[in-house]
Design a protein around this ligand. Structure first.
Ligand SMILES: [Zn+2]
Length: 296
């Protein structure tokens, strides 16, 4: 009997200038070795993530910082005293190289730090401005439309989703979940991240660097949506060896790795339909959506 192939969508978030400059080229080389294409979501505005420095006073953040040495101390200082570099201007060559290497390139944020800390209090106009600035610069760098996005820090809300509808995104990846669905308020499908990230999983319930990849693979199954989210600042920098090992294991196990866009069952049918009767929390939302398409 033929076994169903296991497919994993690979999403790479690039939050910082340093992640773009140092982490992305390494990841591109590693993916190229296995001829794998993935989805890269770039933050393109000012790198103000250094303001995280102030959050070191927060004990939960401090423990996370100590555990992961997230992008180093320098990263934490940058932006605490001055405005960080505009990533899209300084790393346009890297973004273009990612695109030319066949990867899917989408928008992560304009100002990653601002989006993760303030987007829930932003007015509609502020949300639109953040999205517009990021979209314009990224599309200028790519020389064409940007066709997908993934909200920084999974921060999304009804107003931010509504604003995203104005952009030519084929899909968004703004949440965690278990299946592709179309949110109630719009027409653009969501491809959720289904697997835990390094920061979430490491040093919890006996997980360490030795068994980390094994634990991730134990959660990957053939008959379900599998989306793995890595960071240029983690798997492309401090945990690069761990990620290379993950790629090797995927290769040995014949797990097929694809960009998120390839997980959409049909690339063309979404934009022009008005979606109704689809509850985001319904486990069968995707099936209902497909059923509604068939019965039209
Ligand atoms: Zn991010």
């Amino acid at each position: 009997m033929e076994q169903e192939q296991t497919i994993v969508g690979l999403r790479v978030d690039v939050d910082t200038y340093r992640g773009a400059r140092e982490g992305v080229p390494r990841l591109l080389d590693a993916l190229d070795k296995y001829q794998i294409e993935a989805s890269f979501f770039f933050s393109v505005g000012p790198d103000n993530n250094g303001r995280r420095f102030w959050r070191l006073w927060d004990p939960t953040y401090l423990s996370q910082f100590v555990r992961t040495s997230f992008a180093g101390v320098e990263h934490h200082f940058k932006g605490a005293f001055w405005r960080g570099p505009v990533i899209g201007w300084r790393a346009a060559d890297i973004i273009q190289k990612t695109d030319q290497s066949g990867h899917e390139v989408g928008l992560h944020a304009w100002d990653h730090h601002k989006w993760t800390t303030k987007s829930s209090q932003m007015s509609v106009l502020e949300l639109r401005t953040e999205l517009e600035k990021g979209y314009q610069l990224l599309s200028q760098i790519l020389g064409r439309e940007v066709t997908c996005s993934a909200a920084a820090g999974w921060r999304s809300s009804q107003p931010s989703l509504a604003e995203k509808e104005a952009f030519p995104f084929r899909y968004n990846s703004d949440c965690k979940g278990s299946s592709i669905f179309v949110p109630d308020s719009g027409a653009v499908p969501q491809i959720p991240v289904t697997l835990p990230t390094y920061e979430e999983l490491i040093y919890t319930r006996g997980v360490n660097r030795k068994n980390y990849n094994e634990v991730i693979f134990s959660k990957i199954k053939p008959a379900q949506l599998n989306v793995y989210n890595i960071h240029a600042e983690i798997e492309g920098q401090g945990q690069f060896r761990l990620f290379r090992q993950w790629l090797e294991m995927a290769h040995e196990r014949q797990v097929k790795i694809v960009p998120l866009g390839q997980l959409l069952p049909d690339h063309t049918q979404f934009r022009h339909d008005t979606i109704v009767n689809i509850a985001p929390d319904n486990a069968n939302e995707w099936q209902s959506y497909q059923a509604s398409q068939v019965s039209k």
